[in-house]
Design a protein around this ligand. Structure first.
Ligand code: TYM
Length: 345
C-alpha cells in the first residue's frame, strides 16, 4: 500500500529533469526519461514537486540554427503534453526562461577545478575526434549542476530521473553541490546531493544499428514517426543472417530489444518463444514491433495533432512553468548570494 499520509508526502523528493531540444525526441528519450518523468510528475500525492524543463541552453552547445532551436523547443513541449504531462500538477518550462541559472553556473564554476571539466565525456570525445570544442561544451556539466540544484527546497531530497548516459553528469552535479557546501557553508550545507534515478531495464535503449539510440548517431526512431518513415526505420533494424526457418535467440536481436518495452509480459513470452521455435523471421518481428509502436502512441499522436493547432495554450503552460521555476530559483539564489558574499540588497 502506498503511504499517502501528509507527513509522507511532505518528504517526497523534488524531481528535476531536462531534455535537450537538439532534434526530434526518440524512443530512447521516451523509455529512458520522458515516461518516468511524466508518471512521477503527475503523482497525485503532491502538486508542484516536479520541475521538468527543455534544456535549450544546453542545446546551444551544438545547434546553430535559431529557427530549428525554436521548432525543437516547441516540439518537446508538445511531446510532453501529448504524452500526458499534466500542467496542473507540475512545472514544464524552457531552461532559458530562468536567468538565475547563469548566475548559479558562474558561482559553481568558481569552485570547479578545470581538470574536472576536461574529464567530461562529451568534451573529451570531441577533442579526441580532433574537433574544436566550445566553452559551452566544456562547462556543460556545471550548467547541468546549476539547473538541477536551482530547484532545491529546504529539507527535501532532489531526484533526477535520467538514462544511463547521464551518470557522469549527475556525479559532477553531486560533486559540485558538495564542493559549494564545503567551501561556503561547511556547517550548514545549502544543497542536497542530487540522486539519479536510472531504471535498469530502460537505462540504454538501442537504436536501429544496435548502438545506443541517439539523435546524433542517425539511428533513432522518433516517438511520433509514422507511416512510411516509421516503417522504413523499423525495417532497417540490423539483424543477423539466420534463415527464417532456424531457431533464433531473442536476447541477441535488436528488434526484440525494442519489442520488450512495448509488449505485455504475455506478448513478450509468446514472441520470445516464436524466435526460439524457428519458422519466425526477423521480418515477422519487425512487423509486430511496427504495429506495437503505432498502437502505443496512437492516442498521444492524436492529442499532439490537436495541441499543435493551439500554440497559445502550449505557450501558457510554459509561461506558468517558468514563473514557478524562477520563483524557486530566486529563493535559492538569494541564499547563494548571501553565502558567497555578494551584497544582497
Ligand atoms: P538528452 O537530451 O540527450 O536526453 C534526454 C533524456 O533521455 C535519456 N536518453 C536515453 N535513455 C535511454 N536510452 C537511450 N538511448 C537514451 N537517449 C537519451 C537521457 O539519459 C536523458 O535522461 N544533459 C542532458 C539534458 C539535461 C538534464 C539536465 C538531464 C540538462 N540538464 C538536468 C537531467 C537533469 C541530455 O543531454 O539529455
Amino acid at each position: 500500500m502506498p503511504d499517502d499520509s501528509p507527513s509522507a508526502s511532505d518528504r517526497l523528493p523534488v524531481l528535476v529533469s531536462g531534455i535537450q531540444p537538439s532534434g526530434t525526441l526518440h524512443l530512447g528519450n521516451y523509455f529512458g526519461a520522458l515516461r518516468q518523468n511524466i508518471a512521477l510528475a503527475n503523482d497525485e500525492r503532491q502538486r508542484d514537486r516536479a520541475f521538468l524543463f527543455i534544456a535549450d541552453y544546453h542545446a546551444l552547445t551544438t545547434v546553430r540554427d535559431a529557427e530549428a532551436l525554436r521548432r525543437y523547443t516547441t516540439e518537446v513541449a508538445l511531446d510532453y503534453l501529448a504524452l500526458g504531462f499534466d500542467p496542473d500538477k507540475a512545472h514544464l518550462f524552457v531552461q532559458s526562461d530562468v536567468p538565475q541559472l547563469g548566475e548559479l553556473t558562474w558561482a559553481f564554476l568558481c569552485v570547479t577545478p578545470t581538470s574536472l571539466l576536461e574529464k567530461g565525456v562529451a568534451y573529451k570525445d570531441k577533442v579526441a575526434q580532433g574537433l574544436t570544442a566550445n566553452g559551452g561544451l566544456l562547462t556543460y556539466p556545471i550548467l547541468q549542476a546549476a539547473d538541477i540544484l536551482a530547484y532545491t527546497a529546504p529539507g527535501r531530497d532532489l531526484l533526477v530521473p535520467v538514462g544511463a548516459d547521464q551518470k557522469q553528469n549527475l556525479e559532477i552535479s553531486r560533486d559540485t553541490a558538495a564542493r559549494f557546501n564545503q567551501t561556503f557553508r561547511p556547517d550548514d550545507p545549502l544543497f542536497p546531493l542530487p540522486e539519479p534515478l536510472i531504471l535498469d531495464e530502460v537505462a540504454v535503449i538501442p537504436g536501429v544499428d544496435g548502438r545506443k539510440m541517439s539523435k546524433s548517431y542517425g539511428n533513432a526512431i522518433g516517438i511520433f514517426d509514422e507511416g512510411k518513415a516509421l516503417k522504413k526505420k523499423v525495417m532497417s533494424i540490423v539483424s543477423d543472417s539466420t534463415p527464417l526457418e532456424d531457431p533464433k535467440d531473442p536476447e541477441q536481436d535488436h528488434t526484440f530489444a525494442l519489442i520488450r518495452h512495448f509488449a505485455t509480459d504475455e506478448q513478450r513470452g509468446e514472441i520470445a518463444e516464436a524466435y526460439r521455435a524457428g519458422g519466425y523471421g526477423y521480418g515477422h518481428a519487425k512487423k509486430a514491433l511496427l504495429s506495437m509502436i503505432t498502437e502505443h502512441f496512437g492516442p498521444a499522436r492524436e492529442r499532439r495533432r490537436q495541441l499543435a493547432e493551439r500554440p497559445g495554450e502550449v505557450r501558457e503552460v510554459l509561461a506558468a512553468g517558468a514563473q514557478a521555476a524562477r520563483a524557486r530559483a530566486g529563493e535559492v539564489m538569494a541564499e547563494v548570494r548571501d553565502a558567497v558574499g555578494f551584497l544582497n540588497p
